[in-house]
Design a binder for this molecule. Structure first.
Ligand SMILES: [Zn+2]
Length: 80
């Protein structure tokens, strides 16, 4: 069932570095905060950051690759 949603673009599949497949209900561009001491991952949105990244890659091109979306993965610890 989840695969069907992925196909239709309702959700996105995220594969973490531990190959844990996670389903993301947020389809608008956003970043992720990964806890280094648990499986916790939270969505992070920052329009100002998106703007900076977009501007950066407008001038700095990557060979053989066209960027369609930029998503950062930030690792750290959540404050309890
Ligand atoms: Zn997300």
């Amino acid at each position: 069932m989840l695969d069907k949603f992925v196909e239709t673009g309702l959700i996105k599949r995220i594969t973490t570095e531990k190959d844990v497949i996670r389903y993301d209900g947020l389809t608008i561009p956003h970043h992720h905060l990964h806890s280094i001491d648990s499986q916790r991952i939270e969505d992070y949105m920052d329009e100002e950051l998106d703007k900076i990244l977009k501007e950066y890659f407008k001038t700095k091109r990557i060979n053989n690759f066209n960027i369609e979306e930029i998503a950062l993965q930030m690792k750290g610890k959540f404050n309890k």
